[in-house]
Design a protein around this ligand. Structure first.
Ligand SMILES: Nc1ncnc2c1ncn2[C@@H]1O[C@H](COP(=O)(O)OP(=O)(O)OP(=O)(O)O)[C@@H](O)[C@H]1O
Ligand SMILES: [Mg+2]
Length: 314
């Protein structure tokens, strides 16, 4: 069952003279309890999309249907309060350096849950226990803790409002490699227990494959391919996805199709060519890619691709 559906979401940054369209029309949905992975190179707009889904920045246009209502409309904004949370790459970003761990985790119980101080503290202790942090950390300040411990605090704080969806923006990328697996396993346990959905943003293809039910591939502010994790990695169709996988040591050898290398650099968001945004880099480019804008369409069940070479019929 769909938890959230975003439709034709766009985001511009800058003023009229120097306008950059960073998210250029994204449609996707996330089911209840599902993990949807998002991959794509640096600067393609993953964090911007995640921040919009979490309500931290406003889209320039589009719809975001959550529980049947467009939460971008002022009258329905309250509907999503506390129910969509975000955990950042660097936990320090989401925590207050001045406040103790206990105070920070208790805060959402008080502000969103309406609990009194002592009950909120009691819940905060349970929440910290759930993310496997001992009671001795309750009175500590963030500066007295490691990155892995702080990411647990950020997760406990995010969970405090009983969210339906958590946007996880590279939640392990800033942490020591030795604790990646521990944090991921904690995220999976928490998901099982609470039935929460994840929008999981990462550069790590191996990780995204193992934890997501479906994966979306982003290029220059568009989803260019979306499929179940298994299908995407076994049968990547979009030239950009194929290049991305070809370049990864673990996947390059497994791709059944011929490997693809892209030419040149990704254009800036201010100078995206008309038509397909990959046209100047793509070995499969043809005239139509420069004269028409491709759309994301379904080619197999649940497998969507935005490419005229893959999908000549559209
Ligand atoms: N507040 C802002 N003002 C202007 N431009 C912005 C702003 N936030 C993001 N951008 C631009 O939007 C584009 C997408 O940025 P974003 O951080 O979403 O990318 P990303 O895919 O998360 O990259 P990374 O993998 O490096 O985290 C970049 O070109 C970035 O410079
Ligand atoms: Mg980012």
């Amino acid at each position: 069952m769909q938890l959230i559906e975003i439709k034709a979401i766009k985001k511009n940054f800058g003023s009229k003279k120097k306008l950059a369209t960073v998210i250029r029309g994204v449609d996707l949905f996330i089911d209840r309890g599902e993990t949807l992975g998002i991959v794509g190179e640096s600067g393609c707009g993953k964090t911007t999309l995640g921040r919009m889904v979490a309500g931290l920045i406003k889209p320039t246009s589009g719809e975001m249907i959550f529980d049947g209502h467009d939460i971008l409309q002022k009258s329905h904004r309250e509907q999503a309060r506390g129910r969509i949370q975000m955990v950042f790459q660097n936990p320090v970003q989401s925590l207050n350096r001045q406040l103790s761990v206990g105070d920070q985790v208790a805060e959402p119980f008080r502000l969103l849950g309406g609990l009194g101080k002592s009950l909120a503290f009691e819940r905060a202790r349970l929440a910290l226990d759930r993310v496997e942090l001992e009671d001795k950390y309750f009175d500590r300040k963030p500066s007295q803790m490691s990155g892995g411990q702080l990411q647990r605090v950020a997760l406990a704080r995010a969970l405090a409002s009983k969210p339906d969806l958590i946007v996880l923006d590279e939640p392990t990328a800033s942490l020591d490699k030795t604790i990646h697996a521990i944090i991921i396993s904690l995220l999976l346990d928490v998901q099982q227990e609470f039935g929460v959905s994840y929008l999981f943003i990462t550069h790590d293809l191996t990780l995204v494959r193992s934890i997501s039910q479906r994966v979306a591939v982003m290029y220059l502010g568009r989803i260019v391919e979306l499929a179940t994790a298994d299908e995407l990695f076994k049968n990547p169709l979009h030239p950009y996805t194929r290049a991305l996988l070809s370049a990864a040591p673990t996947f390059g050898k497994q791709i059944h199709r011929e490997r693809i290398t892209l030419k040149g650099e990704t254009p800036s968001a201010k100078a995206i060519p008309f038509g397909c945004s990959l046209q100047d880099r793509c070995p499969l480019v043809h005239d139509r890619c420069r004269s028409e804008v491709p759309r994301l369409v379904e080619v197999n069940q649940g497998h969507q691709v935005e490419c005229f070479a893959v999908n000549p019929g559209v």
